[in-house]
Design a binder for this molecule. Structure first.
Ligand SMILES: [Mn+2]
Length: 319
């Protein structure tokens, strides 16, 4: 077990029960799986804990239903010890943790304003799974969720590194599942509202060409990340979708290989200029801004500047 995970383990064991475990708003599969893993670890070490999921993404809600997981949607955090998983940005939290007695943050995103355990791993589930594996805990449901978390946060293992695969392979051996078993529990057609958000984003998109790179902007009332991913699949190198009070960006693999910079550079620069908290990964990130539609122009200007700074010469074309 890596030293950082060992230290996290001791800090978790110092929490005062009953512990509340909270993921970010619109919790994804990696977030709820990490929460379930922490919950299982604490319970097996004799520390009672409660899952608090006020706001879930559709795939995460589906997974919890399939695995028949019990969770609360509304609880008072005042005076309690709280574990925050899969975010370190207070603006991403579905509850105000300020009145909590103690807040332990476990995350794998850069840019957050909360201090805590920030791992540099493709998924958070692979970190949490090591706590269970190390202690020899047998909890089929938690392991299955954590395998699904690794699979989904690595985009179907495409973004997995050797550490993710090592942990996944240990889980697969413990609970005797195949990669296709894991993929099957996640294979859910997006909801009608998510598919409409994607299609509307396609209809509203604006195409910009910066030399060899295609940058697409659009807007959506919800599911901005899913809409941005659709634009990448349609051919964009970078896609930025403005929603209510935020902009979500996605980058293609090819962009990340060739550009010399990524979305964390884009959003940290935009945040310096416009204010607003940002968070995310090189290929998937977002920022909170009040007027998101007009902030898209700043995002485009920042992308153009970063490209020129990285030696690309081009005439910007807007289609
Ligand atoms: Mn995650």
């Amino acid at each position: 077990m890596p030293p950082q995970v060992r230290e996290l383990r001791s800090e978790l064991l110092s929490l005062r029960p009953p512990v509340l475990i909270v993921p970010h708003s619109q919790a994804d599969v990696d977030a709820v799986a990490s929460a379930m893993g922490v919950h299982s670890f604490l319970r097996h070490r004799g520390i009672s804990a409660v899952l608090l999921f006020p706001s879930l993404s559709a795939p995460a809600a589906n997974l919890l239903k399939d695995l028949a997981v019990d969770y609360a949607t509304d609880l008072d955090v005042a005076g309690r010890d709280v574990v925050v998983v899969d975010t370190s940005s207070s603006s991403m939290l579905p509850v105000d943790v300020f009145p909590a007695s103690r807040v332990l943050v476990i995350d794998h995103h850069r840019g957050g304003d909360l201090r805590g355990w920030i791992f540099n791993t493709p998924s958070l589930s692979e970190v949490v799974a090591q706590l269970l594996i190390f202690d020899g805990i047998r909890d089929e449901k938690a392991y299955l969720a954590l395998a699904a978390g690794i699979y989904s946060d690595t985009a179907g293992l495409l973004a997995a590194d050797s550490g993710s695969l090592r942990v996944l392979s240990e889980i697969m051996a413990i609970i005797d599942v195949s990669v296709s078993d894991i993929a099957r529990i996640l294979d859910v057609r997006p909801s009608v509202s998510e598919r409409i958000a994607r299609l509307k984003a396609l209809r509203r998109m604006k195409i910009h060409r910066f030399g060899d790179f295609v940058v697409v902007t659009s807007s959506a009332g919800a599911h901005e990340g899913s809409a941005a991913w659709t634009l990448i699949l349609a051919g964009a190198d970078l896609a930025f979708v403005a929603g209510k009070g935020r902009i979500i960006g996605r980058a293609s693999d090819d962009f990340l290989i060739r550009a010399g910079f990524d979305l964390t550079d884009v959003f940290s620069t935009v945040s310096e200029r416009l204010g607003g908290t940002w968070g995310g990964h090189p290929a998937a990130a977002g920022i909170h801004v009040s007027d998101s539609e007009s902030a898209l122009e700043t995002v485009l200007a920042v992308v153009e500047e970063l490209m020129r700074r990285n030696g690309f010469k081009f005439v910007r074309r807007d289609y």
